[in-house]
Design a protein around this ligand. Structure first.
Ligand code: F6P
Length: 545
């Protein structure tokens, strides 16, 4: 079954949301708190070790009811069923979207073209376990008989961002292997990584769903040449592994069959860290932890699939995002994790969210007449407080933000953790409350400031507040809670794509860039430059000298 095809703006709920927005847009969140003593619990969801508090939003019961009505009118429930069942909902590529099958239970049955894919997923998981166990334990040796000390993941986009983000996020759980990432076709990137490495003790994992990506093939070739300066062609078998759907190209590259891990076309690159694409994660933290990551994601899948929409975390967060994007005209959303471990989280989400929902043609092939994908950005707190928070507090733009924090620190440094979390709670409170002129006056008077000075300074010290935030408070950063957190955002992407009536699982815009880069490369490498606009001609001529 294909996804429903509705222009969301033609629904009854959308019209009602428009008039509700016109009536409520001036409401201040702090007043909504004064009106309802139960607001915090009314607008919170407790699930496993997650507390998702969305009460600091510009919403009332009526807003939520209308947003939920919108979800029902566009038949979100049917769409969720199609997604989990393996229907070919990536219609422009005629593919199912089944990253959820990668973390399914062994007893689940999920069919693609009539065939249950779960047994094959578990076979690959066994292969990951066996392979990673033998590298970590030192049983597998390099070509001079030494155990491996370093792993290099060679990939880009979904073949890099997920593994890189998770490896960093789970650093606390890491073993002795040092994991490096080479992604950019910038030759300086690969050289900087190689200069730290000893070929005798390094394992290279080439990750590319298609095995045709220019960046990855160039880096893999450069690295293989570097390796062959010390090792022989036969030694490549011991030092290179590959993850791809393209068995033929892997064989041409010369990687030994036992080191090849398959991927499936029903897994999108940006949702693939749960597959063998996550090999470097499993190498870094061991298979048990990798499996716990998958379990956490599976738990979120079950929650998303089965929970009523008003208590369904991905659904609620997606609806809130639509409220700001489509009614308030907010263009961006910030994601602020209060843990340094999640320093790559927003970069990872940028691909997931923006490559998926950065579309302007609807599922009927028409240009949309409403806004779609949000721009995602963010950095960990508290660092970001000293960087861009000024603009969120006092700038002219509305920037809804997700604050992600953990009750426990991993090393148990209570002093630091209390300070970190004090900032976490204080920021969402300040963003909501702001500071009135009256409050500023009281503060300045207490400092015995002269009236003329107070009047001069006061306007600059006023904060309007009313900045919306969601707080995701989790017990502890573990492989399991991280898996659930990532899956939460994956499902939020899905819900938004369904509501915006776009196809979230293709990326034709990126394909264009790949084609153009190919033509331009021949212009650089040949003596003739083909026709371009005058600016590009000038730049190419200047580059070629
Ligand atoms: O950026 C486009 C894209 O196709 C992503 O979707 C994908 O994750 C990335 O390139 C890498 O592709 P591959 O894994 O095929 O090398």
């Amino acid at each position: 079954m294909s996804l429903p095809n509705f222009n969301p703006t033609t629904t009854k709920a959308w019209k009602n949301l428009e008039s509700h927005f016109n009536n409520s847009k001036e409401d201040h969140i702090k007043n909504l708190f004064s009106e309802n003593a139960n607001r915090a619990t009314d607008f919170s969801i407790t699930w496993n070790d997650f507390l998702v508090d969305f009460s600091k939003n510009r919403i009332t019961d009526e807003t939520m009811q209308l947003l939920l009505q919108l979800a029902n009118e566009v038949k979100l429930n049917d769409a969720i069923n199609s997604y989990f069942k393996g229907d070919a909902i990536n219609e422009t590529e005629s593919r199912a979207v089944l990253h959820t099958a990668l973390r399914a239970k062994e007893s689940d049955i999920i069919k693609v073209d009539g065939e249950n894919v779960v047994p094959e997923v578990f076979e690959v998981k066994q292969h990951i376990k066996k392979f990673t166990d033998s590298i970590i334990s030192g049983e597998s040796k390099g070509y001079t008989g030494k155990s491996f000390t370093d792993v290099v993941n060679i990939g880009i986009g979904g073949s890099d961002l997920g593994p890189a983000m998770v490896t960093e996020a789970l650093k606390f759980y890491k073993n002795h292997l040092k994991v490096h990432f080479v992604s950019n076709v910038d030759g300086d990137h690969v050289q900087e990584v190689l200069k730290e490495l000893n070929p005798e003790t390094t394992l290279f994992v080439v990750v590319s769903k298609t095995f045709t990506t220019q960046e990855t093939l160039s880096n893999a070739t450069t690295i293989k040449e570097w390796f062959l300066r010390s090792g022989s062609q036969m030694d490549v078998a011991k030092h290179f592994a590959a993850v791809s759907t393209n068995a033929k190209k892997i064989a041409e590259f010369g990687i030994a069959k036992e080191n090849v891990f398959p991927m499936w076309d029903w897994v999108g690159g940006r949702f693939s860290l749960w597959s063998a694409v996550g090999l470097s994660i499993a190498l870094a933290v061991g298979f048990e932890n990798f499996d716990a990551l998958l379990k956490g994601a599976n738990e979120m899948d079950e929650h998303f699939k089965n929970e009523d929409f008003d208590k369904n975390i991905p659904v609620v967060l997606a609806l809130l995002s639509i409220w700001y994007n489509n009614f308030y005209g907010a263009e961006t959303e910030a994601v602020i994790p209060y843990t340094q471990y999640l320093s790559r989280f927003s970069a990872y989400l940028q691909q997931g969210i923006m490559e998926s929902n950065g579309k302007s043609v609807d599922r009927g092939g028409n240009h949309v007449n409403y806004e779609t994908g949000t721009i995602i950005w963010g950095e960990p707190g508290t660092n970001s407080q000293h960087a861009f928070f000024q603009l969120i507090h006092q700038g002219t733009k509305l920037i809804p933000a997700d604050f992600i924090g953990f009750k426990k620190s991993l090393y148990g440094n209570t002093d630091h953790h209390n300070k970190l979390m004090a900032n976490f709670f204080a920021q969402t409170e300040a963003l909501m409350n702001g500071k009135t002129g009256e409050e500023v006056r009281v503060e300045l008077e207490a400092k015995n400031m002269a009236e003329s000075e107070i009047q001069k300074l006061l306007p600059f010290k006023v904060f309007e507040g009313n900045n919306p935030t969601n707080t995701i408070l989790i017990d502890k950063l573990t492989p399991r809670s991280l898996g659930a957190l990532i899956a939460l955002y994956e499902h939020k992407i899905f819900v938004q794509g369904v509501l915006w009536n776009i196809f979230s699982y293709d990326q034709w815009g990126v394909e264009l860039g790949k084609q153009l880069a190919g033509t331009t490369l021949s212009d650089i490498e040949s003596s003739e430059i083909s026709k371009h606009d005058s600016s590009t001609m000038q730049l190419l001529q200047s580059f070629k000298g």
